[in-house]
Design a protein around this ligand. Sequence first.
Ligand code: ADP
Length: 659
Amino acid sequence: MSAAAPSPWRAHAALRAPPAPRRALWAAPLLLSLLFVLGVIVWAQRNERDEREEARKTMISDALSLEAQLRARLDEEAARLAALAVQLRSVRPDAAALDAQPEVVAGLRRVWLSVTWLDAANRIVAHVPQQLPAARRVPGPDDEPGLSLHLSAPIAPSPAGAPAGMLVARYAPAVLLRRGVPWWLARKYDVQLVDGLDQVIASTADTPPRAGGDSYRVSFGAPLSDAYLQLTQREASQPGLRTLPLVLIGGFLALIGVATALLRRQVQQVGQAEAAARSEAAWRGAMEDSALVGLRARDAEGRLLYVNRTFCDMVGYRADELIGRTPPMPYWPPDAIDEAAWRMRRNLAGQAPREGYEARWRHRDGHMLDVMVFESPLVDAGGTQVGWMGSIVDITERKQLAERERRQTETMAHHARLTMLGEVASTLAHELNQPLMAIASYTTGITNSLQRRGEPDPVVLGALERLGQQAAHAGRIVQRIREFLTRRAPQHEACDLNRVIQEAVALLQRELQRHGVQLAFALDPALPQIVADPVLIEQVVINLVRNAADALAAHAGERRIEVQSAQVAAPDRAARFVRIDVIDSGPGIGGLRIEALCAPFYSTKREGMGMGLAICRSIIEAHSGAFDVDAAPGGGARFSFSLPVSRPDDASSIPEEDQ
Ligand code: ADP
């Protein structure tokens, strides 16, 4: 409901099909994982290569240092043998003497297998150890398997007479290796002593070294010049440990594969759901836009969240001009903003009438429209009410039609009343005609009778003559009115309106005098003749002058009536009219319009019938004229009518009987 809340009504606009690369996003984790695994493999290989490099360097240095150590031991053994040879110059040359030498015992305990004393002719002088029974033998270096090598030292002739000779010590290189190779080197490498023909002279391992294992060979210096010391790398780690990373990587890839398959299925399902939502939104949009009902969604503050196309067409504003707008709305009529704001507050408070309410809005181009609005709560996906949804129906035409029907009904009622009145008047006229004819006949009879009997009183004769004339005149009036009311065509004839006016006013002379009304004329002497029914026009003039006199009767100020006639032209000068004005100095018509005054039965007089002006208007309009009223300059009323002047060449407008 807050201002920042995104509009759910524009969501469908954002539901466009995702671009192709986005649809393949599910493969990204797989690709990244493969890249990661590749990186790990490359890193592991480089690491292994570096390690091997390092190990090889270490092996070389270990081999060199071991060769130096072993050679130093051999040199030491040679030196001890040489020292023994010097000592033997002073002893008797036999086995017991040799055996008694502590150096010999120590040498045999170290690496020597045997010591042999040779004379100058290479005959054995003495040899230790002598062959002993197996039970008496102390285990010694002799028990070591493998080849044996020897060291020799010359025995110089002694001054005491001992002959020159040679001392030869046999030793086991395997023992030399086992004793000379430190334990940690023996665990790391298989150390072998090989000759130039690749035959193993001695080895620290019981089994031959691993085939293909990394090895290094260093040539042994004197006294083993044709031998080599060979170091072969033992297996650094267990085979199981080496394959473990591969198994882990394989498992990881398998898991990623499964996860990717699941992700792909999920993405496909989301894609299908999105496509369904998109087509639903498109359908909904099309339906909303094609609906004849305007739709408008508002939040709780009255801010417009959504409008459909019909609504936009109704008020003449584009959707982007309306969405997000807060009250006052641009389509509220400026003179009814307060009312519209009150209505909006009522609606937002949830008190909008369930059956809808009528409102008047203003289109952008200024024309007004009547609408019927139905409000209903706007609920979001979570079931919370976020505002109000309004359905709006344009009822302008319906209202105009209803108004037209109402007027027609009124007019029909009016006509019905006029018809009824016409019937009554027609009957009355018919009934009055007989007595009036009788009056005229009796008047003629009395006049004739008086003339036959001698000299009649001229005053009585004159009175009788006027009585006859008035009765005949009354008969004619009644006849014409009857004809008019029975819808027979008016008796058109060329007539001089100035004369018609004067004859009408003459009939009212007494009445005007009685009310003390001053009568004035301003008649155009050059007034053209018109084609009309003079009796009906006379009735109009009589009615207007009598109404003016009635208005003046109760008036305190000046009592004056002026009747004017003049010739006027239409604004386009295409037609000419004769205009008659009846102006009085009475109280005026109080701002009423001609329609109100001419309404049937409208009267302010106690005994008035309220039909006079209605009949006058009908008569004038039946003559194609116009009837109007306005305020006179002095404050009274000015009733006026104008009748068209027939052109001399317009023969059709002259009735046949008058031609
Ligand atoms: P009636 O004369 O029977 O009342 P009319 O149709 O002739 O019926 O007149 C209708 C009403 O118009 C009168 O009752 C009167 O109130 C008003 N009226 C007509 N003429 C004048 C006038 N000259 N000055 C003021 N009011 C007038």
